[in-house]
Design a binder for this molecule. Structure first.
Ligand SMILES: NC(=O)c1ccc[n+]([C@@H]2O[C@H](COP(=O)([O-])OP(=O)(O)OC[C@H]3O[C@@H](n4cnc5c(N)ncnc54)[C@H](OP(=O)(O)O)[C@@H]3O)[C@@H](O)[C@H]2O)c1
Length: 294
């Protein structure tokens, strides 16, 4: 019997999550991967996006591409919407009838007024341009291509690109003292864990011949504050830098962030039989594996 390999487009392949997905390709031999970032496939080019999906007979699209500069987005909303909403629509149109989409979204679609973990069915109310553009990206995706999965994640870090872990390690090595916000609660997410979960979802879909479309939440388990996160980073790396807990009001940013954005992961765990590691364990693994040595 000939086994037909499925083709997976990873859009935004040079970002944090895209790079972590690329590291896993060899572990998923049943698939042919097509990693593409803006230099290979600019998703804001509708014609090229359509042609790419058709020419390469793409079966699954993992969309990691996004405009992720949360504060800058307040000053250039058009560019942010172009990538986080319009490009998602082009991708959805290109995929309709051909490919299934796993699209990545964010905890910033919530306003942060909850006191218990956010479920997929909870009301969204993004307080920032970035959050609004991502929410509208989710909506336009489902309106054009309902056979899609949206995974909302949070506080993503990896050994690639700009993220809180790398910034703290850099600043901790440069300074003797740092102020870190201690009143915003959430859960750090190791991008390598999310990348594996995404590919396991595709394997699950292939094995079960089902693609349960809808919104899912994924982060690591547990919760902390940016202050707690920074303390753990310094403990694990042995960086000797004093951290002072401060309030959000003492660290004004252009875009406002949700004060609470812990995600409820029950649905993704039950649907796809996924185990999720605690954030401290994943942070230790990530730091031991790569961040320390980069
Ligand atoms: N980072 C977080 O803390 C966080 C939290 C929650 C959710 N998320 C979501 O998780 C996903 C992955 O985030 P990430 O941190 O991996 O993002 P990232 O590191 O910023 O990567 C995004 C990638 O998309 C590329 N891109 C931008 N415009 C594009 C276009 N027009 N066509 C093709 N590619 C384009 C970027 O290229 P350039 O660098 O050249 O622009 C970049 O390589 C995103 O959907 C994000 O919204 C992230």
């Amino acid at each position: 019997m000939t086994v037909v390999r499925k083709n997976i487009l990873v859009a935004g392949a040079n970002g944090q999550l895209g790079n972590e997905l690329q590291l896993l390709f060899d572990h998923y031999p049943g698939f042919e991967f097509f990693p593409a970032d803006v230099d290979v496939l600019d998703l804001t080019d509708q014609t090229k996006t359509k042609a790419f999906v058709a020419k390469n007979r793409i079966d699954y699209i993992v969309n990691c591409a996004a405009y992720t500069a949360v504060d800058k987005a307040e000053d250039e909303p058009e560019r942010c919407y172009e990538i986080n909403k319009d490009a998602v629509a082009y991708l959805a149109e290109a995929a309709r009838g051909k490919a299934k989409i796993i699209h990545i979204s964010t905890d910033y679609v919530f306003d942060g007024t909850n006191t218990i973990p956010y479920k997929e069915t909870d009301q969204t109310n993004p307080p920032s341009v970035y959050g609004k553009s991502k929410k509208e990206g989710e909506e336009i995706l489902f309106s054009i291509h309902p056979e899609s999965i949206v995974i909302r994640t949070a506080w993503l870090y990896s050994s690639f690109g700009n993220n809180f872990v790398r910034t703290m390690i850099r600043l901790g090595n440069e300074k003797t003292e740092l102020n870190v916000v201690a009143d915003q609660k959430g859960t750090p997410t190791c991008a390598a864990d999310l990348a594996k979960a995404i590919l396991d979802i595709i394997v699950h879909a292939e094995e079960n011949k089902t693609f349960p479309a809808g919104i899912y939440h994924y982060s690591n388990e547990g919760e902390t504050t940016w202050y707690g996160f920074a303390k753990e980073i310094f403990r694990l790396t042995g960086i000797n830098c004093r951290i002072n807990p401060i309030a959000t009001a003492q660290y004004p940013t252009k875009a406002s962030r949700p004060m609470y954005s812990v995600l409820d992961k029950t649905k993704i765990k039950q649907t796809f039989r996924i185990d999720i590691a605690n954030w401290e364990d994943s942070l230790k693994k990530c730091i031991d594996k790569s961040i320390k040595t980069n």
